[in-house]
Design a protein around this ligand. Sequence first.
Ligand SMILES: [Cu+2]
Length: 471
Amino acid sequence: MSARLHPQPVTLDLGGPIVRSWAYGQTVPGPLLRVTAGEVLRAEVVNALPADTSVHWHGIALRNDMDGVPGLTQDPIRGGESFTYEFTAPDPGTYFYHPHVGIQLDRGLYGVLIVDDPHEPGGYDAEWLVVLDDWVDGTGRTPDEVLAGLAGSGGAPNGPGGGAPNGPGGHDMGGAQGMTATSGMGHDMGGAGAMAGMGAMGATSTSPILGGAGDVTYPYYLVNGRIPAAPEVFRGKPGQRVRIRVVNAGSDTAFRLALGGHSLRVTHSDGFPVQPVEADAVVIGMGERFDLQVTLGDGVFPLVALAEGKAGAARALVRTGSGTVPAESVRPRELDRRVVLGNDLRASPDVLLPPRPVQRSHDLVLAGSMAPYRWTINGATFAQSQPLPVRQGERVLLRFANHSGMFHPMHVHGHTFALPGGGARKDTVIVRPMQTVQVELEADNPGQWATHCHNIYHAETGMMVALSYRA
Ligand SMILES: [Cu+2]
Protein backbone atom coordinates (compact mmCIF):
# COMPACT_ATOMS: atom_id res chain seq x y z
CA MET A 1 0.00 0.00 0.00
CA SER A 2 1.41 3.38 -0.99
CA ALA A 3 0.42 6.79 0.28
CA ARG A 4 1.71 10.32 0.22
CA LEU A 5 1.38 12.73 3.10
CA HIS A 6 1.68 16.48 2.66
CA PRO A 7 2.22 18.24 5.96
CA GLN A 8 1.50 21.86 5.11
CA PRO A 9 0.03 25.12 6.40
CA VAL A 10 -3.73 25.17 5.79
CA THR A 11 -6.89 27.10 6.48
CA LEU A 12 -9.45 24.88 8.20
CA ASP A 13 -13.16 25.25 8.86
CA LEU A 14 -13.92 23.63 12.22
CA GLY A 15 -17.64 23.95 11.56
CA GLY A 16 -17.79 27.72 11.99
CA PRO A 17 -14.43 28.85 13.31
CA ILE A 18 -11.92 29.32 10.52
CA VAL A 19 -8.38 28.70 11.68
CA ARG A 20 -4.91 28.67 10.23
CA SER A 21 -3.00 25.57 11.18
CA TRP A 22 -0.83 22.75 9.90
CA ALA A 23 -2.31 19.52 8.62
CA TYR A 24 -1.67 16.47 6.42
CA GLY A 25 -3.52 17.90 3.44
CA GLN A 26 -6.64 20.04 3.50
CA THR A 27 -8.51 18.20 6.25
CA VAL A 28 -8.26 17.30 9.92
CA PRO A 29 -7.89 14.45 10.61
CA GLY A 30 -5.53 13.70 7.72
CA PRO A 31 -6.10 10.92 5.20
CA LEU A 32 -7.16 7.53 6.53
CA LEU A 33 -4.45 4.98 5.82
CA ARG A 34 -5.40 1.34 5.73
CA VAL A 35 -3.27 -1.76 5.28
CA THR A 36 -3.67 -5.46 5.89
CA ALA A 37 -1.55 -6.95 8.66
CA GLY A 38 1.73 -8.20 7.26
CA GLU A 39 1.48 -5.88 4.27
CA VAL A 40 4.08 -3.20 3.54
CA LEU A 41 3.03 0.40 4.03
CA ARG A 42 5.00 2.88 1.98
CA ALA A 43 4.34 6.52 2.76
CA GLU A 44 6.21 9.37 1.17
CA VAL A 45 6.14 12.46 3.37
CA VAL A 46 6.61 15.71 1.47
CA ASN A 47 7.29 18.40 4.02
CA ALA A 48 5.75 21.73 3.00
CA LEU A 49 5.85 23.08 6.56
CA PRO A 50 8.08 26.00 7.51
CA ALA A 51 9.64 23.64 10.04
CA ASP A 52 11.32 20.27 10.46
CA THR A 53 8.94 17.40 10.93
CA SER A 54 8.65 13.60 11.05
CA VAL A 55 5.91 10.98 11.14
CA HIS A 56 5.57 8.54 14.02
CA TRP A 57 3.36 5.49 13.51
CA HIS A 58 1.86 5.33 16.96
CA GLY A 59 1.46 1.83 18.35
CA ILE A 60 2.99 -0.05 15.45
CA ALA A 61 5.74 -2.54 16.31
CA LEU A 62 7.74 -1.56 13.25
CA ARG A 63 11.40 -1.48 12.32
CA ASN A 64 13.20 1.08 14.41
CA ASP A 65 14.51 3.27 11.61
CA MET A 66 10.91 3.96 10.49
CA ASP A 67 9.66 5.02 13.92
CA GLY A 68 9.92 8.72 13.15
CA VAL A 69 11.73 10.10 16.19
CA PRO A 70 14.38 12.63 15.12
CA GLY A 71 17.52 12.41 17.18
CA LEU A 72 16.80 8.78 18.01
CA THR A 73 15.80 6.98 14.80
CA GLN A 74 16.25 9.43 11.93
CA ASP A 75 17.17 12.97 10.96
CA PRO A 76 14.27 15.40 10.87
CA ILE A 77 12.59 15.96 7.52
CA ARG A 78 13.54 19.54 6.67
CA GLY A 79 11.05 21.94 5.14
CA GLY A 80 10.93 21.35 1.41
CA GLU A 81 12.37 17.86 1.73
CA SER A 82 10.85 14.40 1.58
CA PHE A 83 11.27 11.14 3.41
CA THR A 84 9.74 7.78 2.57
CA TYR A 85 8.62 5.50 5.36
CA GLU A 86 8.39 1.85 4.45
CA PHE A 87 7.56 -0.86 6.95
CA THR A 88 5.44 -3.88 7.69
CA ALA A 89 2.59 -3.46 10.13
CA PRO A 90 2.50 -6.80 11.96
CA ASP A 91 -0.52 -6.45 14.22
CA PRO A 92 -4.08 -5.61 13.24
CA GLY A 93 -5.83 -2.77 14.97
CA THR A 94 -6.58 0.91 15.29
CA TYR A 95 -3.51 3.15 15.21
CA PHE A 96 -2.67 6.70 14.28
CA TYR A 97 0.16 8.77 12.92
CA HIS A 98 1.50 12.15 13.97
CA PRO A 99 4.78 14.09 14.05
CA HIS A 100 7.37 13.45 16.72
CA VAL A 101 8.83 16.95 16.58
CA GLY A 102 8.13 19.57 19.22
CA ILE A 103 4.44 19.98 19.92
CA GLN A 104 3.32 19.71 16.30
CA LEU A 105 0.77 17.09 17.35
CA ASP A 106 -1.22 19.92 18.97
CA ARG A 107 -1.76 21.42 15.54
CA GLY A 108 -3.84 19.51 13.00
CA LEU A 109 -1.13 16.99 12.22
CA TYR A 110 -2.71 13.59 12.82
CA GLY A 111 -4.53 10.84 10.98
CA VAL A 112 -5.80 7.32 11.55
CA LEU A 113 -4.00 4.16 10.44
CA ILE A 114 -6.08 1.00 10.42
CA VAL A 115 -4.37 -2.35 10.13
CA ASP A 116 -6.93 -4.91 9.02
CA ASP A 117 -6.96 -8.53 10.10
CA PRO A 118 -7.61 -10.77 7.09
CA HIS A 119 -8.96 -13.46 9.43
CA GLU A 120 -11.24 -11.31 11.53
CA PRO A 121 -14.81 -12.52 11.57
CA GLY A 122 -16.15 -8.97 11.63
CA GLY A 123 -19.64 -9.28 12.98
CA TYR A 124 -20.62 -5.68 12.44
CA ASP A 125 -22.55 -3.81 9.76
CA ALA A 126 -20.68 -0.53 9.68
CA GLU A 127 -17.52 1.08 10.94
CA TRP A 128 -17.17 4.65 12.17
CA LEU A 129 -14.06 6.59 13.10
CA VAL A 130 -14.19 9.01 16.01
CA VAL A 131 -11.03 11.07 16.38
CA LEU A 132 -10.99 13.26 19.46
CA ASP A 133 -8.85 16.37 19.79
CA ASP A 134 -8.30 19.43 21.94
CA TRP A 135 -7.88 22.48 19.72
CA VAL A 136 -6.15 25.82 20.19
CA ASP A 137 -4.17 26.52 16.99
CA GLY A 138 -5.33 29.55 15.03
CA THR A 139 -7.53 30.87 17.83
CA GLY A 140 -5.08 33.49 19.02
CA ARG A 141 -2.28 31.25 20.19
CA THR A 142 -0.22 28.59 18.51
CA PRO A 143 0.70 25.54 20.57
CA ASP A 144 4.24 26.93 20.69
CA GLU A 145 2.90 30.08 22.31
CA VAL A 146 0.92 27.95 24.76
CA LEU A 147 4.12 26.17 25.69
CA ALA A 148 5.98 29.45 26.00
CA GLY A 149 3.21 30.63 28.30
CA LEU A 150 3.55 27.53 30.45
CA ALA A 151 7.30 27.86 30.50
CA GLY A 152 7.03 31.50 31.48
CA SER A 153 4.18 31.04 33.90
CA GLY A 154 6.19 30.44 37.05
CA GLY A 155 6.94 34.02 37.83
CA ALA A 156 5.01 35.80 35.13
CA PRO A 157 1.23 35.45 35.33
CA ASN A 158 0.87 37.38 32.09
CA GLY A 159 3.25 35.47 29.93
CA PRO A 160 3.22 35.28 26.16
CA GLY A 161 -0.24 35.07 24.74
CA GLY A 162 -1.74 36.55 27.86
CA GLY A 163 -3.95 38.77 25.80
CA ALA A 164 -5.62 35.87 24.06
CA PRO A 165 -9.02 34.64 25.24
CA ASN A 166 -7.50 31.71 27.05
CA GLY A 167 -4.22 33.29 27.98
CA PRO A 168 -1.92 31.06 29.95
CA GLY A 169 -1.73 33.58 32.74
CA GLY A 170 -5.04 32.35 34.00
CA HIS A 171 -6.69 29.25 32.76
CA ASP A 172 -3.72 27.30 31.65
CA MET A 173 -2.64 26.78 35.18
CA GLY A 174 -5.40 24.33 35.81
CA GLY A 175 -2.81 21.64 36.02
CA ALA A 176 -1.06 23.34 38.86
CA GLN A 177 -3.00 21.34 41.37
CA GLY A 178 -1.41 18.34 39.82
CA MET A 179 2.12 19.14 40.71
CA THR A 180 4.42 17.04 42.76
CA ALA A 181 3.94 17.22 46.47
CA THR A 182 6.59 14.71 47.38
CA SER A 183 10.34 14.55 47.12
CA GLY A 184 12.47 17.06 48.87
CA MET A 185 13.98 18.28 45.65
CA GLY A 186 13.58 21.99 45.37
CA HIS A 187 12.61 22.02 41.76
CA ASP A 188 9.69 19.72 42.23
CA MET A 189 7.40 22.42 43.45
CA GLY A 190 6.64 25.81 42.12
CA GLY A 191 5.78 26.86 45.62
CA ALA A 192 2.53 26.61 47.47
CA GLY A 193 1.88 30.32 47.13
CA ALA A 194 2.10 30.22 43.38
CA MET A 195 -0.11 27.17 43.28
CA ALA A 196 -2.80 28.73 45.40
CA GLY A 197 -2.87 31.65 43.03
CA MET A 198 -3.12 29.40 40.06
CA GLY A 199 -5.86 27.35 41.62
CA ALA A 200 -7.93 30.44 42.22
CA MET A 201 -7.77 31.31 38.56
CA GLY A 202 -7.97 27.83 37.13
CA ALA A 203 -10.83 27.02 34.81
CA THR A 204 -10.22 23.32 35.18
CA SER A 205 -11.04 21.07 38.06
CA THR A 206 -9.61 17.80 39.19
CA SER A 207 -11.17 14.80 37.55
CA PRO A 208 -12.44 12.39 40.19
CA ILE A 209 -11.59 9.57 37.80
CA LEU A 210 -8.09 10.62 36.83
CA GLY A 211 -7.16 12.77 39.79
CA GLY A 212 -5.96 15.56 37.57
CA ALA A 213 -6.84 17.43 34.43
CA GLY A 214 -4.31 18.92 32.06
CA ASP A 215 -2.10 21.96 31.90
CA VAL A 216 -3.88 23.68 29.02
CA THR A 217 -7.43 24.97 28.63
CA TYR A 218 -8.64 24.76 25.07
CA PRO A 219 -11.29 26.85 23.34
CA TYR A 220 -12.52 23.85 21.34
CA TYR A 221 -12.83 20.10 21.60
CA LEU A 222 -13.35 18.28 18.33
CA VAL A 223 -14.72 15.07 16.91
CA ASN A 224 -13.29 14.53 13.44
CA GLY A 225 -12.22 18.15 13.16
CA ARG A 226 -15.61 19.65 14.05
CA ILE A 227 -16.81 21.67 17.02
CA PRO A 228 -19.89 20.57 19.01
CA ALA A 229 -22.13 23.23 17.43
CA ALA A 230 -21.56 21.76 13.96
CA PRO A 231 -21.16 18.09 14.68
CA GLU A 232 -20.46 15.26 12.33
CA VAL A 233 -23.59 13.14 11.88
CA PHE A 234 -23.15 9.36 11.71
CA ARG A 235 -26.04 7.66 9.98
CA GLY A 236 -27.27 4.10 10.36
CA LYS A 237 -30.33 1.93 10.77
CA PRO A 238 -31.89 0.77 14.03
CA GLY A 239 -30.58 -2.63 15.03
CA GLN A 240 -27.37 -2.32 13.05
CA ARG A 241 -24.16 -3.25 14.79
CA VAL A 242 -21.44 -0.66 14.42
CA ARG A 243 -17.77 -0.83 15.22
CA ILE A 244 -16.60 2.56 16.45
CA ARG A 245 -12.86 3.12 16.38
CA VAL A 246 -12.01 5.90 18.80
CA VAL A 247 -8.64 7.66 18.81
CA ASN A 248 -7.60 10.33 21.29
CA ALA A 249 -5.34 12.60 19.25
CA GLY A 250 -5.47 15.29 21.91
CA SER A 251 -2.29 16.73 23.38
CA ASP A 252 -3.33 17.55 26.92
CA THR A 253 -6.85 16.16 27.35
CA ALA A 254 -8.29 12.80 28.32
CA PHE A 255 -11.87 12.26 27.18
CA ARG A 256 -14.79 10.42 28.77
CA LEU A 257 -16.96 9.20 25.93
CA ALA A 258 -20.53 7.89 25.85
CA LEU A 259 -23.29 7.48 23.32
CA GLY A 260 -26.64 8.58 24.73
CA GLY A 261 -29.15 5.74 24.98
CA HIS A 262 -26.60 3.04 24.22
CA SER A 263 -24.22 0.78 26.02
CA LEU A 264 -20.75 0.24 24.63
CA ARG A 265 -19.16 -3.14 24.14
CA VAL A 266 -15.43 -2.55 24.48
CA THR A 267 -13.69 -5.00 22.15
CA HIS A 268 -10.16 -3.62 21.63
CA SER A 269 -7.76 -1.21 23.21
CA ASP A 270 -4.67 0.15 21.45
CA GLY A 271 -5.40 -2.21 18.57
CA PHE A 272 -5.40 -5.44 20.55
CA PRO A 273 -8.51 -7.47 21.43
CA VAL A 274 -9.72 -7.53 25.01
CA GLN A 275 -12.21 -9.74 26.76
CA PRO A 276 -15.31 -7.83 25.71
CA VAL A 277 -16.90 -5.77 28.45
CA GLU A 278 -20.12 -3.79 28.53
CA ALA A 279 -19.65 -0.19 29.57
CA ASP A 280 -21.64 3.03 29.50
CA ALA A 281 -18.61 5.24 29.07
CA VAL A 282 -14.89 4.90 28.44
CA VAL A 283 -12.05 7.19 29.53
CA ILE A 284 -9.45 7.58 26.83
CA GLY A 285 -6.06 9.08 27.56
CA MET A 286 -3.99 10.91 25.00
CA GLY A 287 -2.59 8.37 22.53
CA GLU A 288 -5.01 5.59 23.56
CA ARG A 289 -7.46 3.94 21.17
CA PHE A 290 -10.62 1.96 21.88
CA ASP A 291 -12.74 -0.11 19.55
CA LEU A 292 -16.36 -0.19 20.65
CA GLN A 293 -19.33 -2.09 19.36
CA VAL A 294 -22.83 -0.67 19.65
CA THR A 295 -26.24 -1.87 18.52
CA LEU A 296 -28.05 1.17 17.22
CA GLY A 297 -31.31 2.36 18.68
CA ASP A 298 -33.97 4.32 16.83
CA GLY A 299 -33.70 8.09 16.86
CA VAL A 300 -31.09 10.81 17.17
CA PHE A 301 -28.41 10.38 19.82
CA PRO A 302 -25.55 12.51 21.15
CA LEU A 303 -22.06 11.04 21.10
CA VAL A 304 -20.33 13.10 23.78
CA ALA A 305 -16.70 13.09 24.85
CA LEU A 306 -16.21 15.16 27.99
CA ALA A 307 -12.84 16.83 28.33
CA GLU A 308 -12.06 14.98 31.55
CA GLY A 309 -11.54 17.39 34.43
CA LYS A 310 -11.99 20.38 32.15
CA ALA A 311 -14.96 22.46 31.08
CA GLY A 312 -16.11 21.45 27.63
CA ALA A 313 -16.74 18.45 25.45
CA ALA A 314 -16.38 17.12 21.96
CA ARG A 315 -19.53 15.92 20.25
CA ALA A 316 -21.00 14.11 17.27
CA LEU A 317 -24.51 12.88 16.49
CA VAL A 318 -25.86 9.48 15.57
CA ARG A 319 -29.01 9.51 13.49
CA THR A 320 -30.92 6.32 12.68
CA GLY A 321 -34.45 7.65 12.41
CA SER A 322 -36.65 10.60 13.04
CA GLY A 323 -36.38 12.70 16.12
CA THR A 324 -35.18 16.06 17.25
CA VAL A 325 -31.54 16.85 17.56
CA PRO A 326 -30.53 16.89 21.24
CA ALA A 327 -29.35 20.21 22.57
CA GLU A 328 -25.65 20.87 22.41
CA SER A 329 -25.53 20.99 26.19
CA VAL A 330 -27.05 17.53 26.67
CA ARG A 331 -24.93 15.36 28.90
CA PRO A 332 -25.88 11.71 28.45
CA ARG A 333 -26.38 10.04 31.82
CA GLU A 334 -24.28 7.14 30.55
CA LEU A 335 -21.27 9.35 31.23
CA ASP A 336 -21.79 8.82 34.95
CA ARG A 337 -22.65 5.12 35.00
CA ARG A 338 -20.27 2.25 34.25
CA VAL A 339 -17.07 4.06 33.31
CA VAL A 340 -14.24 1.87 32.02
CA LEU A 341 -10.55 2.73 31.62
CA GLY A 342 -7.98 0.84 29.61
CA ASN A 343 -6.37 -0.07 32.91
CA ASP A 344 -9.50 -2.09 33.81
CA LEU A 345 -9.52 -4.30 30.73
CA ARG A 346 -8.41 -7.93 30.38
CA ALA A 347 -6.53 -9.22 27.38
CA SER A 348 -8.26 -11.56 25.00
CA PRO A 349 -6.77 -15.04 25.63
CA ASP A 350 -5.20 -15.15 22.16
CA VAL A 351 -3.05 -12.07 22.81
CA LEU A 352 -1.94 -12.81 26.37
CA LEU A 353 1.76 -12.35 26.92
CA PRO A 354 2.94 -15.85 27.93
CA PRO A 355 4.10 -15.91 31.56
CA ARG A 356 7.88 -15.78 31.85
CA PRO A 357 10.32 -14.69 34.52
CA VAL A 358 11.27 -11.03 34.35
CA GLN A 359 14.93 -10.65 33.43
CA ARG A 360 15.19 -6.89 33.49
CA SER A 361 13.23 -4.29 35.36
CA HIS A 362 13.35 -0.53 35.32
CA ASP A 363 11.71 1.97 37.60
CA LEU A 364 10.46 5.13 35.93
CA VAL A 365 9.60 7.79 38.48
CA LEU A 366 7.34 10.42 36.96
CA ALA A 367 7.54 13.92 38.38
CA GLY A 368 7.53 17.53 37.36
CA SER A 369 7.32 21.15 38.28
CA MET A 370 5.47 24.22 37.10
CA ALA A 371 8.29 26.70 37.77
CA PRO A 372 10.26 25.96 35.80
CA TYR A 373 7.77 24.09 33.63
CA ARG A 374 9.56 20.79 33.39
CA TRP A 375 8.64 17.11 33.51
CA THR A 376 11.01 14.30 34.30
CA ILE A 377 11.58 10.57 34.45
CA ASN A 378 13.87 9.55 37.32
CA GLY A 379 14.64 13.21 37.93
CA ALA A 380 16.01 13.79 34.43
CA THR A 381 14.62 15.40 31.34
CA PHE A 382 15.11 13.52 28.08
CA ALA A 383 18.13 15.69 27.27
CA GLN A 384 19.69 14.77 30.61
CA SER A 385 18.73 11.10 30.52
CA GLN A 386 20.66 7.95 29.78
CA PRO A 387 18.94 5.23 27.74
CA LEU A 388 17.44 2.42 29.78
CA PRO A 389 19.52 -0.67 29.03
CA VAL A 390 17.81 -3.84 27.86
CA ARG A 391 19.05 -6.97 26.08
CA GLN A 392 17.44 -8.54 23.10
CA GLY A 393 15.21 -11.43 24.10
CA GLU A 394 14.66 -10.32 27.69
CA ARG A 395 11.34 -10.13 29.44
CA VAL A 396 11.30 -6.53 30.64
CA LEU A 397 9.26 -5.00 33.42
CA LEU A 398 8.72 -1.24 33.47
CA ARG A 399 7.38 0.22 36.69
CA PHE A 400 5.84 3.66 36.13
CA ALA A 401 5.70 5.32 39.55
CA ASN A 402 3.81 8.57 39.39
CA HIS A 403 5.08 10.94 42.07
CA SER A 404 3.11 13.87 40.71
CA GLY A 405 -0.48 14.94 41.08
CA MET A 406 -1.05 14.84 37.31
CA PHE A 407 -2.05 11.76 35.34
CA HIS A 408 0.37 10.63 32.64
CA PRO A 409 -0.57 8.42 29.67
CA MET A 410 2.72 6.55 29.29
CA HIS A 411 3.55 5.31 25.81
CA VAL A 412 6.24 2.86 24.69
CA HIS A 413 7.28 2.86 21.04
CA GLY A 414 7.79 -0.29 19.00
CA HIS A 415 6.20 -2.71 21.48
CA THR A 416 2.87 -3.67 22.92
CA PHE A 417 3.14 -4.25 26.64
CA ALA A 418 0.94 -6.28 28.95
CA LEU A 419 -0.78 -4.94 32.03
CA PRO A 420 -0.37 -7.19 35.09
CA GLY A 421 -2.39 -10.29 35.80
CA GLY A 422 -3.76 -10.79 32.32
CA GLY A 423 -4.55 -7.13 31.78
CA ALA A 424 -4.89 -5.65 28.32
CA ARG A 425 -2.12 -5.53 25.75
CA LYS A 426 -1.51 -1.83 25.20
CA ASP A 427 1.05 0.71 24.09
CA THR A 428 -0.30 3.62 26.12
CA VAL A 429 -1.52 3.40 29.70
CA ILE A 430 -2.84 6.01 32.10
CA VAL A 431 -0.86 6.34 35.33
CA ARG A 432 -2.90 8.25 37.87
CA PRO A 433 -1.43 10.60 40.50
CA MET A 434 0.63 8.77 43.10
CA GLN A 435 -0.20 5.48 41.39
CA THR A 436 2.28 2.86 40.17
CA VAL A 437 1.54 0.85 37.02
CA GLN A 438 3.71 -2.09 36.02
CA VAL A 439 3.88 -3.32 32.47
CA GLU A 440 5.77 -6.20 30.91
CA LEU A 441 7.07 -6.51 27.39
CA GLU A 442 9.18 -8.80 25.25
CA ALA A 443 12.39 -7.18 24.04
CA ASP A 444 11.93 -8.61 20.57
CA ASN A 445 12.32 -5.50 18.43
CA PRO A 446 15.82 -4.02 18.77
CA GLY A 447 16.41 -0.30 18.50
CA GLN A 448 16.16 3.01 20.27
CA TRP A 449 12.58 3.30 21.44
CA ALA A 450 11.10 6.46 22.82
CA THR A 451 9.20 5.88 26.05
CA HIS A 452 7.28 8.94 27.12
CA CYS A 453 4.23 10.67 28.43
CA HIS A 454 1.66 11.31 25.71
CA ASN A 455 0.78 14.65 27.19
CA ILE A 456 2.75 16.35 24.45
CA TYR A 457 3.64 19.31 26.69
CA HIS A 458 5.08 16.92 29.25
CA ALA A 459 7.03 14.96 26.63
CA GLU A 460 8.40 18.10 25.02
CA THR A 461 9.63 19.50 28.32
CA GLY A 462 11.36 16.33 29.37
CA MET A 463 9.13 13.37 30.26
CA MET A 464 10.76 10.96 27.86
CA VAL A 465 13.50 8.34 27.96
CA ALA A 466 14.84 5.81 25.47
CA LEU A 467 14.61 2.06 25.81
CA SER A 468 17.71 0.86 24.06
CA TYR A 469 18.93 -2.51 22.81
CA ARG A 470 20.61 -4.08 19.83
CA ALA A 471 20.08 -7.37 18.09
CU1 LIG B 1 2.56 13.55 31.54
